[in-house]
Write a protein that binds this ligand. Structure first.
Ligand code: PAF
Length: 285
């Protein structure tokens, strides 16, 4: 790991000064918004940004507006020093870590809501979540002004919401989706995996297992409804306390498919709660 951590700026003015100087020198800028607690999945996003642009900016901001009052905002893991070391190892040029007051000063009154694609699945299970995400991502992209911004496919619905808002608001940035990074047991890498106990870990792997089995069944021509019901039943039997959804949807717009056999491109998406951890995952069909 490199010992020189990237500089950290905390204000929009400092961010714009640094990015403005790079752009004035003709350098492309890649941007990876995160909430910190970085893992290999995040680092793969930064590597992709760095492959597409001379300069890589990473934001670290645990955005309060995308958490419901009963959710884990206070408990969400935070370790800026470790994040900075990890970012140094992948050639990040600048960390933007604004305060909540910088992002939401007194009088802040604007919300970005994206109809359609943000409504089902996590939109239904976590009311208000995507308005929080859409608002903060719009602000972060406008603050940074990158040429390209990278988001993980692990949050597949979030990626589609961001593509929609960037297109609808004519924001001049290319949005890139990056493949899901997985541990050797198949579990999608997530900062929230830190909440899992040792006993829960093999159960968590069942989420990927259940979605993979659904994909296999769909490819064999089994009906959508059957694949969804079987996957959800497998999660309940494995020990998940609550299955928010397992659904097969159109890959581009999350339109409902089925109940019979599907025509790709489709995506199977799942969310379920194990102990105090809510896990999400998805696979291409
Ligand atoms: O995916 C995340 O970590 C967050 O939702 C994001 C995109 C950084 C917005 O807060």
């Amino acid at each position: 790991m490199s010992s020189t951590s990237p500089p950290i700026v905390r204000t929009v003015a400092e961010l714009r000064a640094r990015v403005g100087a790079w752009r004035a020198a003709g350098e492309r800028v890649g941007f990876t918004p995160t909430m910190g607690a970085l893992h290999e999945g995040h680092l793969s996003l930064v590597r992709l940004a760095k492959a597409k642009a001379a300069r890589a900016v990473v934001s670290i901001f645990v955005n309060p507006t995308q958490f419901a009052p009963h959710e884990d905002f206070a408990a969400y893991p935070r370790n800026e020093a470790r994040d900075a070391e990890l970012l140094a190892s992948v050639g990040c040029d600048l960390i933007y870590a604004p305060t909540a007051a910088e992002m939401y000063p007194p009088g802040f009154a604007t919300t970005v809501t994206v109809a359609g694609v943000s409504e089902p699945l996590d939109g239904a299970a976590r009311p208000g979540h995507f308005a929080g995400v859409a608002t903060v991502v719009t602000k972060l992209i406008l603050q940074c002004g990158p040429d390209v911004a990278v988001f993980g496919e692990k949050d597949y619905q979030q990626l589609l919401v961001i593509r929609r808002l960037v297109a609808d608001l004519d924001i001049p940035v290319e949005i890139l989706g990056a493949p899901i990074a997985r541990a050797s047991d198949g579990v999608a890498l997530s900062s929230r995996n830190a909440y899992l106990t040792e006993a829960e870990r093999p159960i968590a792997a069942e989420l990927h297992g259940a979605l993979a089995a659904a994909v296999e069944a769909l490819r064999a021509g089994r009906p959508v409804a059957e694949a969804e019901v079987r996957a959800a039943a497998r999660l309940s039997a494995a020990g998940f306390a609550r299955v928010d959804y397992v659904e097969v949807r159109g890959a581009g717009d999350l339109a409902r498919l089925g109940p019979g056999p599907i025509r790709p491109p489709a995506r199977v998406l799942g969310a379920a709660v194990l102990g105090k951890t809510r896990l999400i995952d998805n696979l291409a069909v």
